[in-house]
Design a protein around this ligand. Sequence first.
Ligand code: KG4
Ligand code: ZN
Length: 332
Amino acid sequence: MLILGMDTSCDDTAAAVVRDGIEIISDVVSNQNEIHEKYGGIVPELASRRHVEMITPVVNEALANAKVDIKEIDAIAVTHGPGLIGSLLVGVCFAKSLSYVHKIPIVAVNHLEGHICSYFLESNPEFPFLALVVSGGHTSIYKVKGFGSYSEIGRTRDDAAGEAYDKVAKLLGFGYPGGPVIDELASKGNPQSIQFPRSFLKDSYDFSFSGLKTAVLHYVRKNPEARKEDIAAGFQAAVIDVLVGRSIEVAKKYGISRITLSGGVAANKGLRNNMVENALKEGIGVFLPSNSLCTDNAAMIASAGYYHFLNNKFASYELNPKAVLPLGSAPS
Ligand code: KG4
Ligand code: ZN
């Protein structure tokens, strides 16, 4: 079964063809980094305009690379939220038009579910597992009991981890996206030389990164001569301690023996190494997707869409994007 996936939730225009929810036949991503770089973050109106320009060539390229005619596609899986409303609207409208013209059913996918399903594209999933989704817009931990069965155990109360990376990069004078720059700088700095605060909330597995970001801002103002490498290393060490510490704590509490990482921040070298090293000590296995499947892509959306397709969960032409779209139930 062939699913054409599409994602325009943020600043990447993505389309992919995936067979049976697991085999990537083609995967095309057009990023907008050069547009947003100079602003130090995403400008929503510029993002949606670029999606309008790119959606047709990106979808055509995904079909061409897969050597598949649109008539061979069994369903179109499209992200309908959460994300930037103007950006989402482009993907949803395009999917509805393709569906109408070619009589192909649509399945609507939650972007966060897509990130979780990136696991299924490279590994045989074993349930239950814990999914840490860390991106520019989200930082959440889910207990995944089966396909489509998610309980959110914790989420950020303010900034997402990726957002904190982007803001710290901006205040150190770098462009967007900041995560890869800080990751690289951190590898050349001393993580012990500057101690930034770690926020472990009491009575909750929620996260908070805005205090850390503000602490970095104050430090940079007071110490203009400090090495950027050490600031990056100190900041990254604080983020990693919280993400890894909390994930392992939650896994132990719920008796879960595997953790998956996904979302753009999951590409972070320090986070990946630290998670594997510390989880191993507790007998917990860690699954790390390839870097291209950590950041936004449409293969993960096609994979998630496949399971909706199997459950006959089709969307109608009433489908509208939603900027806010929670995933899953309360923890049990
Ligand atoms: O998942 P994603 O592509 O888009 C969202 O759904 O938000 O994640 C983008 C985020 C950005 O904040 C970017 O700075 C961050 O992921 N990121 C990283 C790394 N690569 C991307 N953060 C830390 N280290 C990285 N290597
Ligand atoms: Zn994402």
